[in-house]
Design a protein around this ligand. Structure first.
Ligand SMILES: Cc1ncc(C[n+]2csc(CCOP(=O)(O)OP(=O)(O)O)c2C)c(N)n1
Length: 277
């Protein structure tokens, strides 16, 4: 999409707005996942407002880029980006996780315009993304498939089967992004199941790796551009992030993976987010 001259300020402004909206919506509905949504803010914003070829008026346009939120519990931030982009009305956000709403706690491709794959069970997103990327090759389409995974998520064995397959099929039309916040549901990734040297692991599975700060829109943007120039191998962008980013008492805390926000916490979060980020 065409961006204003100062694209960094524009994207950062959106990130501030989205964090505020997230806290408002999750407070209102008293459910949902704040921590893992906040860590994806800059990644989703850069993809949806700068990088991806999409048409909100025609969500199933066959040449569109595909985005898979493999860590499906971050759905609230995905919905906020989709609403701002015009896939559905902003007011729908306040029906999050309510009976009858098209915005369930995890993304549903059958009900929500712009959602490519129903996710929630961790691990399946990359495999499905490879299917889309192989499909693009067969159909001689030039779209890119993006898959955003959590670092707790990549403890799942299926991720590594997909990693091997992507390498075997030289899928350079898929860009994986790892939300490397170091924290999962019950504790840190190191406590639950250490990943070791993540970069070396992906490289040993035949992938290009790019290390970036996942809260810097410029770094995300440049990494996506670089990934698209790298041919013959799939690429993963390892984005260092902070779970709960932007709300200090949520930052780095697995206890903020998924819990309702009380009135005092709401006031404190809003006071911090007032200036934007
Ligand atoms: C197959 C599967 N096992 C367990 C869960 C429960 N679960 C939901 S989120 C989560 C932690 C995910 O951690 P991570 O991928 O790092 O997400 P982030 O911290 O970035 O939000 C777990 C274990 C699940 N959704 N799917």
């Amino acid at each position: 999409m065409a961006l204003p001259a100062d694209r960094t300020a524009f994207l950062e402004g959106l990130c501030g707005k989205f964090r505020n909206r997230l806290i408002d919506v999750l407070y209102k509905v008293q459910t949902g996942h704040p921590g893992g949504s906040l860590s994806t803010t800059e990644i989703l914003t850069t993809l949806y407002f700068e990088k991806m070829k999409i048409d909100p008026k025609n969500p199933t346009w066959e040449d569109r880029d595909r985005f898979i939120l493999a860590k499906g519990h971050a759905a609230p931030m995905l919905y906020i980006a989709l609403a701002e982009r015009g896939f559905f009305p902003d007011a729908d956000l306040e029906t999050l996780r309510q009976l009858g709403s098209h915005l369930q706690g995890h993304p549903c491709a059958k009900t929500t315009p712009g959602v490519e794959l129903s996710t929630g069970p961790l691990g399946l997103g990359l495999s499905a993304g490879l299917g889309m990327a192989l499909g693009a090759r067969l159909a001689k389409k030039s779209f890119t498939t993006y898959v955003l995974m959590g670092d707790g998520e990549i403890q799942e064995g299926i991720v590594w089967e997909a990693a091997m397959a992507a390498s075997k099929f030289k899928l350079d039309n898929v860009v994986a992004i790892l939300d490397r916040n170091g924290v999962q549901l019950d504790g840190t990734v190191e406590e639950i199941m250490p990943l070791g040297d993540v970069k070396a692991k992906w490289e040993s599975f035949g992938w290009n790796t790019l290390n970036i700060d996942g809260h810097k829109v410029g770094e995300i943007s440049d990494a996506v551009d670089t990934a698209k120039t790298l041919k013959g191998k799939p690429t993963i962008i390892i984005a260092r992030t902070v779970k709960g980013k932007g709300v200090s008492f949520m930052e780095g805390k697995n206890t903020w993976h998924g819990k309702p926000i009380n009135p005092e916490e709401y006031a404190a979060a809003k006071a911090e987010l007032k200036g934007g980020k």
